[in-house]
Design a protein around this ligand. Structure first.
Ligand code: NAD
Length: 467
């Protein structure tokens, strides 16, 4: 799901926002002038990110409730607290991350020392989506600040309350010489994309990712693309079915299904399919009760996105849920069976609270199916049979893999988070964010006193030419 802004591909769009021209060059001064380089500056900025979040909790909660109907608990777990913890972790770890890494120098070059040194890439453009509008704008920024980069953050216009608050608070907490927020739609982004950046970090859909990659190619700018896709769940007949149902339901209904790593659909061994559907129904009722009245169930980001979900419903038969109130941006948690594989429901990323459940005949069939499809951002397997788990791990590929769990792998800072193939390239979180926004420079240092390289300087003696 992306926002189709008409005319954004037109050449004149690049000058639709003349006030933005030169913004990258201006910020690059802060990097070249050394402002962003000292560890103390970086730590102060990371501290600023954490304070900006924790000193304004009720403002963030209200913005996230306005944009997506997020409950305070969910906002804390997945956005405010989560991102503040990421900033604090980066601040705590920075000395270690910034230290040069010694590596072995080959014998033939001895005496010598070799090391890698992380240096700032320069100025980063961070383009964020609407579904976790706070986390996905600030978590990349934390990487940029830790690495000593300057950055422009472009929040999603589809989550306007959070976008506005970011634009309001970031200048109050972070160094304006190095960090800017640009609010706006595709036209503003198009102007930004014509600038010369040192890294573009884009989170969103594959269609816009291609526009981003093309713009980046003009300046040979590297990109990190955090995309989506149809992340499947495979439930093996050996699985603990009630536990699987609870964890699938939680990962799917979180943020009303508008999560890039949400289970898109479930493929379940035929012999346990009926039991799983029943347990999914029970788990959903336990977690949300009457979802419409539950504080714990969010809303769809816009009426237009709710309409899109309504139009996906005919792809299957709803066994629970199925009601949509476009004006209230409400789509009920819906479990679908008798699913038509050729319908839009199974051809598009769902990105909402509709869960198709399809029967399948064992691991072989699942692995074969996955090989014919694009590589998803996440893949989940539920099983107690070790061999089934091993086969799924070895024989399929995806950005991340959850074994008997959904979504939670994203919360582990030690694990890199990113896609592969159609679900994206590059990864971040924790130390991986620092590396993503740094250049690892290779350094070899060799004393001159003992010139062992003499052995290879020409002229090579005739007797050694055939070596
Ligand atoms: P979106 O519509 O907010 O778009 C993302 C960004 O792209 C916005 O800042 C928007 O202004 C910009 N944009 C839109 N059209 C543009 C254009 N023509 N040119 C330049 N910029 C443009 O969000 P979305 O794409 O609907 O987000 C949902 C998608 O993002 C899903 O596919 C989801 O799976 C994916 N996603 C991935 C991750 C991840 O970390 N891998 C996280 C969240 C979402």
């Amino acid at each position: 799901p992306g926002v189709d802004a008409p005319g954004v591909d037109a050449p004149e769009a690049a000058t639709a926002h003349p006030e933005l021209l030169g913004i990258a060059a201006e910020l690059r001064e802060a990097v070249l002038g050394g402002t962003t380089r000292p560890r103390a500056w970086r730590e102060a900025q990371l501290d600023g990110v954490a304070r900006m979040l924790l000193q304004n909790v009720s403002l963030w909660e209200r913005a996230l409730a306005d944009d997506l109907g997020k409950s305070a608990l969910e906002a804390h777990l997945t956005e405010i607290g989560y991102t503040a913890a990421e900033a604090r972790r980066a601040k705590r770890s920075l000395r270690r991350w910034m230290a040069p890494t010694p590596v072995a120098a080959p014998l033939a070059l001895q005496p010598a020392v070799a090391r890698t040194v992380a240096e700032p890439l320069g100025v980063a453009l961070i383009i964020a989506p609407w579904n976790y509008p706070l986390q996905l704008a600030l978590a990349p920024l934390i990487g940029a600040l830790a690495a000593g980069d300057a950055a422009v953050v472009k929040p999603s216009e589809v989550a306007p309350a959070t976008s506005r608050l970011l634009a309001q608070l970031i200048p109050a907490y972070l160094d304006e010489r190095a960090v800017r927020v640009v609010e706006g739609d595709a036209a503003a982004t198009t102007t930004l994309l014509a600038e010369r950046w040192d890294l573009i970090f884009y989170t969103g859909n594959g269609r816009v990712a291609r526009i981003v990659a093309e713009a980046a190619a003009k300046h040979l700018t590297p990109t990190i693309l955090e995309l989506g896709g149809k992340s499947p769940v495979y439930v093996h007949r050996s699985a603990d079915i009630p536990a699987a149902a609870r964890r699938i339901a939680w990962g799917k209904w979180l943020n009303a299904g508008q999560t890039c790593v949400a289970p898109d659909h479930v493929l379940v061994d035929r012999e346990v399919a009926g039991q799983l559907v029943e347990e999914l129904r029970v788990a959903t009722a336990e977690q949300l009760g009457e979802a419409r009245d539950s504080d714990d169930f969010g809303r769809i980001v816009t009426a237009r996105h709710a309409e899109r979900l309504r139009d996906l419903l005919p792809g299957g038969t709803a066994v629970t849920g199925g009601d949509v109130d476009v004006r209230a941006r409400y789509v009920a948690p819906t479990i679908l069976v008798d699913v038509d594989e050729s319908s839009d429901l199974m051809q598009e990323e769902i990105f909402g609270p509709l869960l198709p459940v399809l029967p399948i005949d064992g691991v072989d069939a699942f692995v074969r199916r996955m090989r014919g499809l694009e590589k998803p951002l996440a893949l989940y397997v539920f099983a107690r049979d070790g061999e089934a788990i091993r086969r799924v791990e070895r024989e399929t590929t995806s950005g991340g893999l959850g074994i008997n769990v959904t979504v939670a792998h994203v919360g582990s800072a030690a694990l890199p988070f990113g896609g592969v193939g159609e679900s994206g390239s590059g990864a971040y979180h924790g130390r991986h964010s620092f590396e993503a926004f740094s250049h690892r420079k290779a350094v070899l240092s060799k004393p001159t006193a003992l010139d062992t390289l003499r052995l290879v300087y020409p002229p090579i003696p005739a007797g050694r030419r055939d070596l």
